[in-house]
Ligand binder design. Sequence first.
Ligand code: SF4
Length: 288
Amino acid sequence: MPSTEMVYGYRHVPFITLSELKPRVWITLSDCNFKCRGCFSFAREPIGEPMSVEQLINLVKKSSMGYYGDTPLEEAVITGGEPTLNRHYLVDLVSQLKEFIGGVVLDTNGYLLDDAYLTELIDAGLTEVMFDLKVWDEKLHEWYTGYSNKRILANIRNAYGKIKLVVNTVYIPGIVDESEIESIAKFLSEIDKKGAIDYRINRYNMNLSHEKISRNPYPEEIEHAYSIVAKYMKNSVIGKSCVRERKIEVKRGWITVFPDGTLKRRTLADYREENKRKKMKSAYLFGW
Ligand code: SF4
């Protein structure tokens, strides 16, 4: 029988991240089909080490055992880059994570996540999907990402009622601002009569963006955008860089685990600084 490495191949992994607050892991799979002009992630390109699912699971288990003293974790968030690029790899990863982790969450641009793919992931144990709905206007979406948003809208509509859903939009002054947010909120409220979708507005960060297409939004702009969302949706969530840990007031840090197993504690400031440096390096290597 061929090994899963031969069948499912590899994904590039720059690191995984452990939470200091709860037994929770973020798995970053680099490379992306989109080329968002305002992308904050240096993982848009295939950086890091190529890893099979087995190698990645071993890394998660070993580092969790070393740091938390146990492997059963509350939650794993699979993020990127774009995690859906290799379907067999992702389905296998979810199913192996589910064996020792309570909840498995997928953070995706949603383009490839059609009904058959989502069903396979749910059967494998996926518990939540976080869709990025970047832009409402189709032409603007094409300009921003390189792709139409039609498939993403259809995929969100299809996913509703099948799994817990979170939808994220980055507020970009003058590009994705109030009228865009209002159209997205209307769309979500039309498919979600029960108030089951969490909608989050994130802030554009001109210092971390691949292209400087706008300025940083003012707090009043974000507040106003949320007041518009509240007209349509009951459950919108106030966005922070990591909403899952937003209620904690202590100075937070995260444990970065590299593919060779080395650990490094990093604060939010460290992440921002390193993200900036990695972006400069990627810009040099990939020519953007
Ligand atoms: S923002 Fe997300 S979907 Fe867009 S290029 Fe970056 S990683 Fe890909």
